[in-house]
Design a protein around this ligand. Sequence first.
Ligand code: NAI
Ligand code: MG
Length: 356
Amino acid sequence: MYKIALLPGDGIGPEIVPQAVKVLEAVGEKYNREFQFETALIGGAAYDATGHPLPEETLELCRRSDAILLGAVGGPKWDSLEPHLRPERGALLPLRKALGLYANLRPATVKPSLADASTLKEDIVSGLDIMIIRELTGGLYFGQKHREDLPEGGQKAVETLEYSTAEVERVARLGFEMARKRDNRLMSVDKANVLESSRLWREVVEELAKEYPDVELSHMYVDNAAMQLVRNPKQFDVMVTENMFGDILTDLASQLTGSIGMLPSASIGGEVALYEPIHGSAPDIAGQNLANPIATILSAAMMLRVSFGLEQEAQAIEAAVNSVLEQGYRTGDIMQPGMTSLGTVEMTEAILKELR
Ligand code: NAI
Ligand code: MG
């Protein structure tokens, strides 16, 4: 039996998480696996109910579960709260830190039937299948910050970009291991020409490469990597990079695939892993049965593969999604002329039908 913590969160979160649950239940029935679900509050919903965006009970549920499925947090309703009470800074970052989730795996794949859905030319993106690994609990987002008034007027704000050898090594090791499972190529992205933390990053990666002689290691500066991802993304296979570079490059990469509503992610490294779509709470379409549930459903597939080693079950979900897309079914965000438009629930029904 697998115990899964559900954290629907805000906006479209409570609409899309139940869709992934239906899919997991169907897979469980088909392959005779038992999943047990327990739901907890996070984000704005948790703030409204308890006064804190990450209640202790939520953290406790996560710690005693085998995996976590998160929807999304945040929305205009909570934007004016103090920073530490806001859904992202008050819940998402502390949750990752508390669970030791130091690596975020973000695959960017272009589904054959959606090769013309990107804003880039079809031949640049068709068949794209890359995996970006973003360091998730270090760097600028977690370093010391402060602000001070300057005697001459105005203010000074300081962020600190810190990485230790151990922090770089553990995420780089995941990169090498992932490369071994795929195409034996690893691209490490840094800014070693100007940043000291990046010089250390590169040294550590180089040293670790001695343990992986079968993996072909390359380095690229982050500015060039951004350019190359748009110019010729298929040159990449596995990429590994620090927190902020990864944040920016993965959003960029998501757009190579057509819609942010399609892409899953896994945050790993602690004793329990967290799976979530890469998009946010989409307040503009919340509550209208318009959200694309596929990113969350594919996140559930990643959970089966990465946390539970259920490869066949994961592939069954991915195949059902592909098949539904091939049949011309679309949600609004990936709608194209001549296709059939479906709502959140109806898209899930179509995937369930395919799965069964
Ligand atoms: P967003 O990802 O929520 O939305 C960006 C655009 O993509 C919107 O037009 C939205 O309608 C669309 N979109 C997103 N997911 C979709 C889906 N599944 N199906 C169809 N369309 C979809 O990002 P935005 O607008 O910057 O942020 C909205 C809220 O979400 C903010 O409060 C933000 O702080 C929060 N957020 C939360 C994240 C998380 O919980 N991991 C990540 C990013 C943002
Ligand atoms: Mg981001």
